[in-house]
Design a protein around this ligand. Sequence first.
Ligand code: SAM
Length: 243
Amino acid sequence: MDNDLESMLLKGAEEFGVRLDKGQVDKFFMYMELLKTWNEKVNLTSIKEDRDIIVKHFIDSLSILPYILPYKNSKSSRLIDIGTGAGFPGIPLKIACNELDITLLDSVEKKVKFLEECIDSLKLSKIKAFHGRAEDYGNNPLYREKFDISTARAVANLPVLLEYCLPFVRIGGIFIAMKGKSSDEVKDSMNAMDILGGKIEIIKQITLPFSDNKRNIIIIKKFRQIPAKYPRKAGKPSKMPLI
Ligand code: SAM
């Protein structure tokens, strides 16, 4: 293992209050190797350099952990990562915080096969990957309002994401939207917030360590139940966002 890369991972994680031990660091590097190998045959990520994988995938994913920890209750908290792709932010969160009970969801089956291999090879427990669409799972009583936290990174714009992600969250739980350098989508999201019972709690701009990349972390609290007709059927939220 390259010492510079290891220290980059350790220091970057520490910026967000995350202390990784040797076993956890090993898992991150195993994950990186799997990602690079699978990426040759399945389109998982355009980020290919080790350093970029560490900063833009691993550390970026860990940047939301400080907002998750207050929602950890005495039982293990349940988190669902919608449109997780190659596992971001869900797998780094699992490696860093083993007590979280994590569900990964993505609509592309090959990506889910990759996630299953990661879960197996990294010997991760209390984490499952499912193939399907947020709109369908959000209407399934086994998943609807069953999570303390939902997350999504780089999946859709905020009005669409609210319809994908809030149905999974229990009343009093949160949805964490991981956004790029602009938080402009927030002003287009007021109607969706109103309909879906969400309220912005925090908008925090961060700069990713070892880079000048800016990100916005948007925390939305769910304060009431969502009307039964949401989420609408698959494809509708993105075609006709609740703007
Ligand atoms: N979250 C990962 C990341 O940040 O690297 C992946 C981002 S990728 C650009 C968007 C992912 O969202 C894709 O893997 C896609 O299959 C998934 N996706 C898009 N719409 C979805 C939906 N309605 N339900 C489930 N997954 C969806």
